[in-house]
Design a protein around this ligand. Structure first.
Ligand SMILES: O=C(O)CCC(=O)C(=O)O
Length: 309
C-alpha cells in the first residue's frame, strides 16, 4: 500500500495531467455565452464529447419535474413491489403538460447549439429519468453507443438535466472527456476485464488509466437546472450515492435526422415510451409536442421502468 506522501504525490501528478480543458469542462458555459458562440460550443462538444451548460431552466421547472419523477417512482415501486430495496431506477417519463413545457424550454434554450449539431428533422429517441437512492454503488464505466462502424451513422447526444443541486457525494455522473474515440474504445475493450475493479479507486480523478491511455475524469456535480450534453459514445457512469439524498436527473437523447442510419447497436439509447417514438422532432417542437401530452401520462402510457440500471 502506498504511503500518505506517495498517495499525495500521485494525486498531484494526476491533477497536473488533468488539463485546463477539463477544468473548463467542469465549470461549464452559460446560455448567454452559447448564444454568442454556438460554433465554439459545438466544437467543444465535438472535441471533448461533453459540454456543461449552466442554468438552462429555472428552479420552479426543476421542482415540477422532480415531483413528477417522485410520483413516477412511487407508482413504479407499487408495481415492482418485488424490488423494494432497489437503489437505481431508469424510468421512461410520461409527457404530461409540465414535461412538454419544460422540455420545449430546454430544447429552445439549447437551440443555438443543437442547430449546429443536427439536421432540423433530428428527433428525440430517449426521454426518461435516472434516480439513485443513498447507498447506490457506482455504475460500471460504459458507453451507450459503440464507435460507429458505418461512416455516415447518425450522431446521438444525450442531455442530462439536474433536477436538484447534485453534490460530489450524491453520485454525480462521471464522464471521461475525449473518450469518444476509436483509440479509447479499443483500449477500454482490451483492458475492461482487468481494470474495471481498479477504476473504482481511480475514478475520483482528475485522471484515470484506460488501458495504456491516461484519460481526464469529470464528475458532473452540478446545480439544479444545469444540463450536461454528452456524446453517447463517451465513457461514463453514474457515481456512488454515498448517503443520499435521492438524486434525480431527467434526460433526453437527440438522434440526428437527414436520413442518416442509426448506429449499429444503439439499443441502449432508446429509453422512451413507444408512443412518442419518432414524434418529437426538433423542428415541430412548438406545434407538435403538446399534441402528444396527456393530463395523466400513466393512464396513457403505463409504466416502463428499468430498476438496477
Ligand atoms: O445515472 C447516471 O448518472 C448515469 C446513468 C448512465 O450512464 C446509464 O445508465 O447509462
Amino acid at each position: 500500500m502506498a504511503s500518505a506522501a506517495g498517495r499525495e504525490a500521485k494525486r498531484r501528478r494526476r491533477a497536473s495531467e488533468g488539463g485546463e480543458a477539463d477544468a473548463e469542462n467542469a465549470a461549464g458555459v452559460s446560455l448567454g455565452w452559447l448564444g454568442e458562440h454556438p460554433t465554439d460550443g459545438a466544437e467543444r462538444l465535438a472535441a471533448q464529447g461533453m459540454l456543461r451548460v449552466n442554468q438552462v431552466i429555472g428552479g420552479e421547472a426543476c421542482t415540477r419535474l422532480r415531483e413528477l419523477v417522485d410520483r413516477s417512482l412511487a407508482e413504479a415501486q407499487s408495481v415492482h413491489a418485488a424490488a423494494p430495496d432497489e437503489q437505481r431506477w431508469d424510468m421512461c417519463v410520461p409527457l404530461d403538460g409540465s414535461v412538454v413545457g419544460v422540455l420545449s424550454e430546454v430544447v429552445g434554450n439549447l437551440q443555438p447549439l443543437l442547430s449546429q449539431l443536427f439536421e432540423p428533422d433530428a428527433v428525440l429517441c430517449e426521454l426518461a429519468s435516472l434516480i439513485t437512492e443513498g447507498g447506490a454503488t457506482r455504475q460500471g464505466l460504459h458507453y451507450d453507443t459503440p464507435m460507429m462502424t458505418q461512416r455516415d451513422a447518425a450522431l446521438l447526444i444525450t442531455c442530462f438535466i439536474a433536477l436538484q443541486d447534485i453534490s460530489d457525494d450524491m453520485g454525480p455522473t462521471i464522464m471521461l472527456p475525449h473518450s469518444a474515440s476509436v483509440a479509447c474504445h479499443e483500449e477500454w475493450q482490451r483492458s475492461v476485464g482487468v481494470s474495471e475493479q481498479g477504476l473504482a479507486d481511480l475514478l475520483p480523478g482528475p485522471t484515470t488509466a484506460v488501458g495504456s491511455l491516461t484519460m481526464p475524469v469529470v464528475r458532473c456535480a452540478i446545480s439544479a437546472g444545469d444540463v450536461v450534453l454528452m456524446d453517447s459514445r463517451l465513457l461514463h457512469c453514474a457515481g456512488a450515492n454515498l448517503a443520499g439524498p435521492r438524486r434525480r436527473l431527467l434526460y433526453f437523447t437527440v438522434v440526428d435526422g437527414g436520413g442518416k442510419p442509426l448506429p449499429e447497436d444503439a439499443m441502449s439509447s432508446m429509453s422512451m415510451f413507444e408512443m412518442y417514438r419518432d414524434k418529437l422532432r426538433l423542428d415541430n417542437r412548438e406545434e407538435g409536442w403538446a399534441a402528444h401530452a396527456s393530463a395523466d401520462g400513466f393512464t396513457q402510457t403505463g409504466i416502463d421502468v428499468f430498476s438496477g440500471y
